[in-house]
Write a protein that binds this ligand. Structure first.
Ligand code: FAD
Length: 376
């Protein structure tokens, strides 16, 4: 079987790249190891960047909208109004929709088909797939690896393994005193160098979760937090998220096959929030456009990469913060800073982030202190 492009992994990045390529006349085969019948549900909070990368997204996928973010550290708190709301989606509904779009575009989707590696013909390697009937070999000069954090290609060909972090969130009933249009964020560095969140869904439901460091008992941290907040977990959603770091490889060549990495496997994840859906879709689009036009993938990805690098820089600063620093930071969020933060979403921060010290000179000493901690 010969294809113009082979895509590995039928999640948001792989499906979107495959759809764009097929819509532009390419013969595309997508191989996914699961059966895709009932993808796992997971509540996603996504910035309006979603509509920039996929303007024709099915509006019915938007379950709920979030217009405010409440940030807290100890008793210090503030609110940021979002001029364009964040949207709440269910991963399962998004994937089922993307599958239909890809099929309509003409993508050959093969489920229960696991990519195993390449045959050992160095110049012209075949792409080995195992399905229910056994092993087969397909051929293509271009392969998109969109197979997530545990990518076989990445771990085989790039010993520089991706950085990853564990995530856990619990579904809860939203307390009646909490606003259903407000996301809540709590910083508590004793529990996590990241944060806890509560993201409301429709019908008075919500998810409460955290990102933690590897090796800690994330379930105990979440259960303690839920108990403190007087909340009760109905079910849990867990997983591992990739982390961007500057210099992560995004393409390679194996024999005469050009390999593009897109989505989590390419570290296309904002490391401040571990949101990877929008950036992964941008990565998928850039890879597809590079294939269609012959332009460089790195060039197509430049603006996303810069955005990801900014999040990496901010994350490095946040890593160094104490609870007192967080309190100071929250106190410094003056009305002009709030205005700036409210008018640009987390997928479009690069152009305005550097204006913050002008609006709030109080950020300068804190920033310098954190920079010193970073580099000394
Ligand atoms: C609990 C949790 C909550 C999250 N919440 C958010 C959120 O609110 N907002 C947000 O933006 N992001 C969120 N994320 C991150 C988001 O889920 C990822 O960034 C996104 O799913 C990455 O998509 P992807 O297409 O790169 O790969 P993945 O979703 O990781 O999918 C990879 C696909 O490749 C397939 N595959 C793997 N190996 C093979 C193989 N050898 N052969 C064939 N197929 C293979 C897998 O089965 C899978 O279908 C969350 C992540 C977790 C874990």
């Amino acid at each position: 079987m010969d294809f113009d492009v082979v895509v590995i992994g039928a999640s948001s990045a792989g499906l979107f790249a495959a759809e764009i390529l097929a819509n532009n006349g390419k013969k595309v085969a997508l191989f996914e190891k699961s059966d895709l019948v009932d993808p796992e549900s997971r509540l996603y909070i996504i910035t309006p960047g979603l509509f920039r990368v996929m303007p024709d997204i099915n509006p019915a996928l938007v379950r709920h909208k979030i217009s405010k973010i409440h940030i807290q550290s100890g008793n210090e708190k503030t609110k940021i109004n979002l001029s364009s709301p964040d949207v709440i989606l269910d991963r399962k509904e998004l994937l089922l929709d993307l599958i239909e779009r890809a099929k309509k575009a003409g993508v050959h989707i093969h489920t229960e088909s696991e990519f195993l590696g390449f045959n050992n013909n160095k110049a012209n390697p075949g792409i080995k797939i195992r399905n229910k009937d056994g092993e087969l070999e397909v051929r293509s000069k271009i392969l998109i690896s969109a197979d997530g954090v545990n990518s076989r290609i990445r771990s085989e060909y790039f010993p520089d393994k991706l950085l990853t972090v564990p995530l856990l969130q619990a579904e809860i009933y939203l307390p009646s005193s909490w606003d259903e249009n407000t996301t809540r964020i709590w910083f508590n560095v004793d529990s996590t160098p990241y944060f806890f969140w509560a993201i409301p869904d429709k019908n008075q439901k919500a998810v409460v979760g955290l990102i933690a460091e590897k090796g800690v008992d994330i379930r105990r941290l979440l259960d303690d937090f839920l108990a403190d907040q007087n909340l009760h977990a109905n079910t849990y959603q867990s997983g591992v998220a990739a982390m961007h770091s500057p210099g992560t490889e995004i393409e390679t060549r194996i024999g005469d096959i050009q390999v593009f990495f897109a989505g989590d496997v390419a570290g296309q994840v904002k490391v401040t929030t571990v949101g990877g859906t929008v950036t992964g879709l941008f990565g998928a689009k850039a890879a597809a456009e590079a294939i269609l036009t012959g332009a460089s993938y790195r060039e197509r990805l430049k603006s996303v990469q810069r955005e990801l690098d900014l999040h990496y820089f901010i994350r490095n600063m946040l890593e160094k913060m104490s609870d007192d620093d967080y309190k100071k930071l929250i106190r410094s969020i003056s009305p002009p800073v709030q205005n700036l933060l409210s008018s640009h979403d987390r997928d479009g921060m690069r152009s305005h982030f550097w204006k913050l010290p002008l609006l709030q000179p109080g950020f300068i000493p804190l920033g310098l202190k954190l920079l010193l901690k970073t580099f000394v």
